[in-house]
Design a protein around this ligand. Structure first.
Ligand SMILES: [Fe+2]
Length: 285
């Protein structure tokens, strides 16, 4: 009967023969035995990598090879499932770049008097996405890199972002579950964003054409009669993950213009990845 040892002997320096002798190919007439004629030096070069969920560490050099791409942002305010505000280390860099882009940007045709929707060019949009750290994890829609420009006393009624339909080319334009909002120009604390749960609006009709968003109440300046589940005023110093599949509204109730960069997931992902999934991936709870 044969017995097998499931474990090999431990590998130690003492067990590794680093002195490898290389022999010349023997001539046909040479004896099959003899002294080796040259020596090949073998470098003791072993890189040991340990994979942890968030860090890849090179034990040979002690260097961190890969910084975590999960939990990449520090939270300021955590109001799941409505919004999360967070620190964006390169916020000033992104602001500066987007402000340059805005010098030549054209208005989106879907302009309404309460706000302007400014799309960046594809080239600029791609650059902005590359600057945003979460693009290491998610695909973003290049054609949807845009700035919401809200004039004094402008806003948007109670709505959810994105339609629930297919266009003629059979491409699915589903709801936008999340938006990454980055302040480009916020000069006061007059603009309040509010979120609501579904139960208040169960019997409300859609007031929009449904191609861009779903609206249940258009009068953004008079939403006090509804009970908000969460509200915030986005300051100039942090970014925000917004649950845009919750009913929400904003009202810029002040004399200053307000510009917010909004980044959306790709068409393929935007309706499949929800707010809580993104929150768990990007933030420490
Ligand atoms: Fe929205």
């Amino acid at each position: 009967m044969m017995f097998f040892n499931p474990f090999t002997d431990p590998v130690t320096d003492a067990r590794i023969n680093f002195r490898v002798m290389n022999t010349n190919t023997p001539a046909a007439m040479a004896p099959a035995i003899g002294n080796p004629t040259s020596e090949t030096k073998v470098k003791k070069f072993i890189i040991i990598c340990v994979y942890l969920p968030d860090i890849l560490l090179d034990l040979k050099t002690g260097c961190i090879i890969q910084i975590s791409i999960r939990n990449m942002f520090k939270i300021y305010t955590d109001q799941r499932p409505y919004f999360i505000t967070f620190q964006l280390d390169n916020l000033l860099e992104i602001k500066s770049f987007v402000n340059k882009c805005l010098e030549t940007v054209n208005s989106d045709p879907r302009v309404v008097s309460a706000y302007r929707h400014l799309n960046l060019t594809e080239t600029d949009g791609r650059t902005v996405i590359e600057m945003f750290p979460a693009s290491k994890i998610y695909k973003f829609a290049v054609e949807r890199v845009a700035v919401f420009e809200t004039p004094p006393y402008g806003g948007a009624g109670i709505h959810k972002d994105g339609p629930l339909l297919q266009d003629n080319n059979a491409r699915i334009y589903g709801p936008h579950n999340v938006s990454f909002n980055i302040p480009i120009e916020v000069s006061d604390n007059k603009c309040v964003t509010r979120w609501y749960d579904d139960d208040q609006f169960i019997n409300f009709e859609n007031k929009s054409d449904g191609k861009y968003s779903r609206n249940v109440f258009l009068d953004y300046a008079n939403t006090d009669k509804f009970k908000a589940s969460a509200e915030t005023i986005l300051p100039d110093s942090c970014a925000m993950l917004v649950n845009t599949e919750k009913w929400h509204t904003f009202y810029n109730n002040g004399p200053n213009i307000r510009r917010i960069l909004t980044l959306r997931l790709s068409k393929e992902e935007r309706s499949k990845i929800d707010f809580l999934s993104v929150a768990e991936t990007l933030f420490k709870s």
